[in-house]
Design a protein around this ligand. Structure first.
Ligand code: HOZ
Length: 428
């Protein structure tokens, strides 16, 4: 397998792009080698500029849940393009997507569309502060909620991949109101409430996907919500990754908890830049132009992005692939565990619906500290052999693998064979 053209583009791209990429995880920094440059993708497969074709488990980090270039989505985009690209005024498509999203989340009466998950989250924090009149927020170590200053503390995803504790350029003032707790540890949340009476909200990924996949245990979310209610603080559930992924709607319903404010992204834009935050009526009444919490965006509700979102969600509802996701992910989990056992490699596998990943560690993984016990050198070996075997994974131990509804039986069989070969290589 040759990567010559990717390597050439990496060198060329490094001149005018930072690290030749526009988002750090893409740089392959923790697995070594130079990043892939992509030529095209269709269905369950993605092809790089060297004409290597892979089964895709990156899926643009989640949005391409139907696989690439689904024909109904493509038709909707082409149709929307004919009417113009951006108007700075409202369109009917925004109302249509808003209804689909609000109908899918029981606690959401109104929604505001933005351009990314990062925007959705920092707007949701502002809204929680406006609504409660309090300043502090609690986040969990290893959760990643985009790159807003206040949230670049003990964050997962790219920071975990690059082993960064935070980001330079974030002033102390920007994080002085950010408190950090441990995932699955209610006492670590309660301890902050003992010390502070000005906590506006707790923000959480209902199933973490940015420190690898980590599930909430023992009704953690339900207990968290109860604690917050008793303290008059809001629960912000960041469903940018989990939204529409393990059921149509949010993970909240599956986990038996209702957010005060929900953040969305990825799937709702069908591959175009869309984020959203939504809540019950009394909270959303705070948002400008109805209320005094200001938030705006020239390209928000962009008509092409709305068309991609509407067609993706409509097709997703029609396909209802959630049972298939579970079956496919279960087969992958079993393959990971049995190959690891066969070659005597320590791993733990976590999965939730269409999200899964192995941690190269001998411990369970229920929080960031446990995720960080993973042997990232072993992951790098595994990653590169999977690539050679024709499977494209996120180039980081701390990112979730995503499944698309376009995966065929043959794709899963080929992935299982690749896992076996790669585990053998890891074992050396
Ligand atoms: N985990 C990240 C997004 N939730 C990966 C995408 C990126 O940072 O480029």
């Amino acid at each position: 397998m040759s990567y010559k053209k990717s390597e050439k583009l990496f060198k060329k791209g490094s001149k005018h792009l930072v690290g030749a990429v526009n988002s750090p995880v893409r740089a392959f920094a923790s697995v070594g080698g130079s990043p892939l440059f992509i030529k095209k993708a269709k269905g369950s497969k993605i092809t790089d500029v060297d004409d290597n074709t892979y089964i895709d488990f990156v899926l643009s980090y989640g949005p391409m849940i139907l696989g690439h270039r689904h024909k109904k989505v493509e038709k909707a985009i082409r149709k929307a393009l004919k009417n113009g690209y951006s108007f700075g005024a409202s369109t009917k498509a925004e109302i249509t997507l808003a209804k689909i999203v609000c109908d899918a989340f029981p606690g959401m009466d109104k929604v505001r569309f933005v351009n990314s998950g990062t925007e959705a989250v920092f707007s949701a924090l502002r809204l929680a502060r406006a609504f409660t009149g309090r300043d502090k927020i609690i986040k969990f170590a290893g959760c990643y909620h985009g790159h807003a200053d206040a949230l670049l503390v003990a964050a997962g995803s790219g920071l975990a991949t690059l082993s960064l504790p935070g980001s330079k350029g974030v002033p102390d003032a920007a994080v002085k109101n950010t408190l950090v707790s441990n995932y699955n540890d209610l006492d670590s949340v309660a301890a902050h409430f003992e010390k502070h009476n000005d906590i506006a909200a707790v923000i959480i990924e209902p199933v973490a996907g940015n420190m690898g996949v980590v599930l909430p245990e023992n009704d953690f979310l339900k207990k968290l919500k109860k604690l917050l209610e008793s303290k008059g603080a809001l629960l912000i559930v960041d469903e940018v990754m989990t939204g529409f992924r393990s059921k149509f709607g949010g993970a909240q319903e599956l986990l038996g908890v209702e957010a005060d404010i929900t953040c969305l992204g990825k799937v709702i834009g069908g591959g175009f830049p869309v984020g959203a935050y939504g809540a019950r009526e009394e909270i959303m009444q705070m948002v400008s132009p109805l209320g005094e919490m200001y938030q705006a965006g020239t390209l928000s509700g962009n008509p092409i992005a709305m068309a991609a979102g509407i067609s993706t969600l409509t097709e997703l509802k029609r396909q209802n692939p959630y049972k298939k996701f579970d079956t496919d992910a279960q087969r992958i989990e079993e393959a990971l565990l049995s190959s690891a056992k066969k070659y005597n490699v320590d791993i733990t596998v976590n999965r939730f619906g269409a999200m899964i990943n192995p941690f190269f560690t001998d411990t369970q993984v229920s929080n960031f500290a446990e995720a960080q016990t993973s042997d990232t050198a072993k992951f790098a070996k595994f990653f590169w052999e999977m690539m050679r075997q024709g499977v494209f994974l996120p180039p980081s131990q701390f990112e979730a693998w995503f499944l698309s509804s376009a995966l065929s039986e043959e794709d899963i069989d080929a992935t299982i064979a690749a896992i076996d070969k790669s585990m053998q290589v890891v074992a050396g």
